[in-house]
Design a protein around this ligand. Structure first.
Ligand code: AMP
Length: 114
């Protein structure tokens, strides 16, 4: 059996995380190495390895993740704006092979991203 990712261990409560939201399909917790005053990770509970690995079967969960973004932003009062980042694959800097959306807020962000 493949070794669990760090995010799967958070889902399974094998390692601690600062969880800000949870439902049947997803989990939101604070990034351990924040790149902005607010830095959250929004993940599906289903172990989908990356955005590129989504299949038609994942349509509902993918839609749910996207729909959760403004709800989380509202819950945390990110009224001044926020950035959503999804690193997909090695060259994009994806380190954890479990689909995740970074939600960053609390400072100005440059463009293009590094
Ligand atoms: P990525 O580089 O897009 O794969 O992002 C992975 C993110 O997971 C990084 O921002 C890490 O800081 C974060 N991370 C890794 N381990 C943990 C952990 N145990 N708890 C919270 N965030 C983590």
């Amino acid at each position: 059996m493949a070794e669990k990712t760090v995010f799967q261990k958070i889902i399974d409560r094998e390692i601690p995380a600062s969880i800000v939201y949870e439902d049947e399909h997803c989990l939101v917790f604070r990034d351990i190495d924040p790149q902005a005053p607010t830095h959250l990770l929004l993940i599906p509970k289903k172990p989908i390895p990356s955005l590129a690995a989504l299949t038609a079967e994942d349509r509902a969960v993918a839609g749910h993740l996207l729909m959760m973004v403004p709800r989380i932003a509202q819950q945390l009062n990110l009224d001044a704006g926020f950035r959503v980042v999804c690193n997909c694959g090695e060259q994009a800097g994806q380190a954890v092979p479990h689909l995740h959306l970074h939600i960053l807020a609390g400072r100005a962000f440059g463009w293009p991203p590094g």
